[in-house]
Design a protein around this ligand. Structure first.
Ligand SMILES: Nc1nc2c(ncn2[C@@H]2O[C@H](COP(=O)(O)OP(=O)(O)OP(=O)(O)O)[C@@H](O)[C@H]2O)c(=O)[nH]1
Ligand SMILES: [Mg+2]
Length: 356
C-alpha cells in the first residue's frame, strides 16, 4: 500500500497550490477527483533505484509511490472546525501535510496574518476531533456494559486515558502506551496520533523563510517536521521539463524540486526505509518501517514468501552498483545470507529464498 499524505490547513492557506507543486508534471497535472477532494499519485524519486534500472535494463521499473490528497474543506467552511466533520476521511491518512499561510498580510478572514496562531488552531482542531470521537466511543462502551458486555474493560481504560490527554489539549502522539494499548490506538485512526509535516507556504520574496522562529519552536515542541517553500513558485517549477527545471532551481538557489525534498522528509518523519528487488524482469522499490525483519519485509512482496521464508540473500546497494553484477558480489563474498530476524537496512537489495 502506497504511503498516503493528506494536505490540510486553513482555508486559502495554499493547500491546493502545495498539492499542485507536488503533483504537477511537465505533461500537465496528474490527479483524479473524488467528491470535494483531489488525489494525486507520485513516484518516489530515488537515484539508487534509477542506477539499478540502468544496470539491469528490466522490462518493468517500479519505484515506490506516494499518494497526496488535497483535502477539500466542506463548502462554506469558515474555520478549522470543519476538520472534525472529516474525521473518517482523514483517518485513512498516514500523515498530514499541514499547510500554513506564511505569505501576504491577511488571513482568510481578512485579519492580520498570524501563522503561529493558525498552526496552533489546526493542531487543536485535530485534538477536538479526537475528543469528540473518544466521547462517542465511551458512550457506546457504557451502553454495552450496561447490557452486560464484560469484555470492554481494557478498551474503556485506553479510551479514558486518551480522553485525559485530549482534555489537557495534548495530542495523542505524546501519549505513552504499551503494546496492548497501541493496538487499540492504531485501530481508532485518531487524527492527533498521526505524524505531521508542517509546510510554511512562503512569499516569493521571502524564500529563506525568515521570521518563522516561533513556528519552528511549536514544531519542535510536538516533534513535527517543518518545511518551508513557496508553493506558487514550486508548482510552476514542477511543470518545467527537467533541463529548464534545473536551471530555474539554480536561479533561486534551490537544489531539488520540492517533491523530492518533501518525500525525503516524509520518509524520515515516518521512519521509513526502502529495499530493492532486481532482475531482468523487474527492478522495484519497497517501502518498510525501519526495523522491519527480513521475514516481515518478504510479506510485503507476497504472503507466500513470508510464510515459506528460508533466507534473504542480501547485497548492499553500493556493493552491487560497484561490482556491476549479482554473481560478482557473490564471488567477492559481498552477498550475505540473512535469516528471518535480520533487520532490513535502507538500500538492501534482496533476493528472498522460500518454500512454496
Ligand atoms: N504569494 C503566495 N501566494 C500563494 C501561495 N500559495 C498560494 N497562494 C495564493 O493563495 C490563494 C489560495 O491558494 P489555494 O492553493 O487555492 O489555497 P487553498 O488552501 O487550497 O484554499 P481552499 O481550498 O479554498 O481552502 C491563491 O490565490 C494562491 O495563488 C504562495 O506560496 N505565495
Ligand atoms: Mg483548495
Amino acid at each position: 500500500m502506497a504511503l498516503s499524505l493528506y494536505v490540510i490547513g486553513a482555508p486559502s492557506s495554499g493547500k491546493s497550490t502545495v498539492f499542485e507543486a507536488l503533483t504537477n508534471t511537465p505533461a500537465g497535472p496528474s490527479f483524479s477527483t473524488k467528491g470535494d477532494h483531489r488525489l494525486g499519485s507520485v513516484k518516489v524519486p530515488d537515484e539508487r533505484l534509477e542506477n539499478l534500472r540502468d544496470m539491469y535494463q528490466p522490462k518493468k521499473f517500479n519505484p515506490a509511490e506516494v499518494n497526496f490528497v488535497d483535502v477539500g474543506l466542506p463548502p462554506g467552511a469558515q474555520d478549522n472546525r470543519s476538520l472534525s466533520e472529516l474525521t473518517t476521511f482523514l483517518g485513512d491518512a498516514d500523515a498530514f501535510l499541514l499547510v500554513l499561510q506564511a505569505f501576504g498580510e491577511f488571513d482568510y478572514r481578512g485579519e492580520a496574518l498570524d501563522s503561529k496562531t493558525q498552526l496552533e488552531a489546526i493542531l487543536l482542531e485535530l485534538i477536538v476531533a479526537d475528543l469528540d470521537k473518544v466521547e462517542r466511543r465511551l458512550e457506546k462502551i457504557a451502553q454495552e456494559q450496561q447490557r452486560g458486555n464484560k469484555g470492554l474493560d481494557a478498551e474503556a481504560a485506553v479510551v479514558e486515558k486518551c480522553k485525559a490527554m485530549l482534555e489537557q489539549e495534548k495530542p495523542l502522539s505524546e501519549m505513552e502506551f504499551n503494546e496492548e494499548e497501541g493496538k487499540f490506538l492504531r485501530g481508532y485512526q485518531f487524527l492527533s496520533f498521526k505524524p505531521v509535516l508542517v509546510v510554511a507556504n512562503l512569499d516569493e520574496d521571502n524564500l529563506d523563510g525568515s521570521g518563522l522562529e516561533d513556528i519552528k519552536s511549536v514544531c519542535d515542541h510536538y516533534g513535527h517536521e517543518l518545511m518551508t517553500f513557496c508553493a506558487t513558485l514550486e508548482s510552476e517549477i514542477a511543470q518545467l521539463d527537467p533541463e529548464a527545471q534545473q536551471e530555474f532551481l539554480k536561479d533561486y538557489g534551490l537544489t531539488d524540486p520540492v517533491r523530492n525534498r518533501l518525500i525525503r522528509t516524509a520518509y524520515h518523519l515516518l521512519n521509513l526505509v526502502s529495499f530493492f528487488t532486481v532482475g531482468e524482469d523487474e527492478v522495484r522499490a519497497w517501502t518498510i518501517n525501519r526495523g522491519t525483519s527480513a521475514q516481515t519485509a518478504a510479506g510485503k512482496i507476497h504472503s507466500d514468501i513470508e510464510r515459506g521464508f528460508i533466507r534473504a540473500e542480501t547485497i548492499g546497494y553500493k556493493d552491487l552498483l560497484e561490482q556491476g553484477s549479482w554473481s560478482k558480489c557473490r564471488d567477492q563474498a559481498l552477498m550475505r545470507l540473512e535469516g528471518k530476524t535480520y533487520e532490513v537496512a535502507d538500500g538492501d537489495v534482496i533476493n528472498f529464498r522460500f518454500n512454496t
